[in-house]
Design a protein around this ligand. Structure first.
Ligand code: F2R
Ligand code: MG
Ligand code: MG
Ligand code: MG
Length: 336
């Protein structure tokens, strides 16, 4: 297996591990100490995955099966999975799936249009759309699939995957920035661009027509945090956020990874850096499964599958499937 395939697998497995381990503490207060956390992860249990992984699996499955983005197929896969197991999802996303289910049950599949598929998400929150982090939390497979796409193609791919459930610009832009970070990490440490510069350029173009430069402001905050030797979890959570919105979770996930590239961690092995990313992201509290899953997708891509602790791999549900899906996405992009 070559380095890039190991990074593909690292990314999808990293996302599953973050979701499974993080879900133990989603909205738990107070977050226990690192020692207590590590003790819990040493206990002989299986940690189950949640909606984050359920939706990522559908994204990967659809891209692999169709070899392109087919939004109608992906919407059907999301909906069938939700109907089969509707627990642990965002508070309002179920409305989208019930409407999609009505479309799929009342019409001939071949007659359904993309416009109809995007309509339920546009109706959410009085027509504003959702700004939850549900589009960003499932996006890593798109980074693998779009590894060779140019910026425009990549943005379109992520935007359409997001639009099935999340129509608010904050929800979509969060997914584009998370996907960009994962794609960048697949080329780390030999990437010749700086991640924050890249994200800032993307955020500027995404927010060019908006009065609110919300993601650009978060990137500035990450830059400031990167200059500090260390900042407490509480301060990072206050500055970057730790809730179920994309704006208050994607920047926290990106920082959780970037922090491990600081000089003060240069003596850590890649495995220790992956662990540090996950434990720090969970220690931020709040939406821990999702922040750890998004951080895990970036760190797993950067440090590769060999750096994900074997004892964590063993206790997380869904790792084997993530491995297989990453392998197939690798074959799709590198063995044509
Ligand atoms: N839902 C959970 N965990 C339980 C969280 C309970 C918590 N106390 C809380 O909800 O605050 N986890 C899973 O949900 C998150 C992903 O959510 P997703 O897919 O984005 O769903 P949804 O329903 O679209 O949005 C999430 C919440 O944000 C509010 N919201 C979204 N857009 C809004 C808008 N335009 N105006 C006002 N509120 C908006 C929704 O009402 C939802 O409460 C992940 O954490 C996943 O693990
Ligand atoms: Mg979840
Ligand atoms: Mg919603
Ligand atoms: Mg969550």
């Amino acid at each position: 297996m070559n380095d890039m395939e190991e990074k593909f697998i690292g990314s999808l497995v990293g996302a599953v591990v973050g979701d499974c381990l993080g879900s133990e503490y989603e909205f738990v207060t107070p977050i226990p100490s690192r020692e207590k956390m590590l003790k819990t992860y040493n206990s002989p249990c299986i940690f189950k995955y949640t909606d984050d992984t359920a939706m990522s699996r559908s994204v990967a499955f659809s891209l692999i099966e169709k070899k392109k983005l087919d939004c109608i197929d992906l919407a059907k896969k999301f909906t069938d999975e939700y109907i089969r197991k509707p627990y642990g999802y965002g508070a309002t996303i179920g409305e989208v799936f019930h409407k999609l289910n009505n479309i799929f049950s009342s019409k001939e599949y071949a007659s359904i249009t993309e416009e109809e598929i995007f309509s339920p998400s546009k109706q959410q929150h009085s027509g504003q759309g959702s700004f939850g982090n549900g589009a960003a939390m499932r996006i890593a497979p798109a980074s693998l699939f779009g590894i060779k796409s140019d910026n425009k193609e990549f943005e379109d791919l992520v935007r359409k995957i997001s639009l099935i459930t999340h129509a608010h610009p904050f929800g979509i832009n969060g997914a584009i920035l998370e996907a960009t970070a994962v794609k960048w990490a697949l080329k780390y440490p030999n990437n010749d661009s700086d991640l924050l510069d890249k994200l800032e350029t993307f955020a500027k173009s995404l927010e060019v027509d908006s009065e609110q430069k919300v993601y650009q402001e978060k990137i500035t905050l990450i830059r400031q945090l990167m200059l500090e030797y260390e900042t407490s979890e509480e301060d990072v959570a206050t500055k970057l956020g730790n809730d179920v919105t994309a704006l208050n979770s994607v920047p926290a996930a990106i920082y959780s990874f970037l922090r491990t590239t600081k000089e003060r961690f240069s003596n850590l092995s890649p495995e220790e850096k992956f662990k540090e990313t996950i434990l720090f992201s969970i220690s931020l509290g709040g939406d821990t499964d999702t922040i750890a899953s998004m951080a895990g997708a970036i760190a797993g891509a950067a440090y590769s599958i060999n750096c994900i602790p074997k004892n964590w791999i063993k206790i997380c549900e869904g790792v084997d499937d993530a491995r297989k899906q990453a392998h197939k996405l690798y074959e799709l992009q590198h063995c044509k």
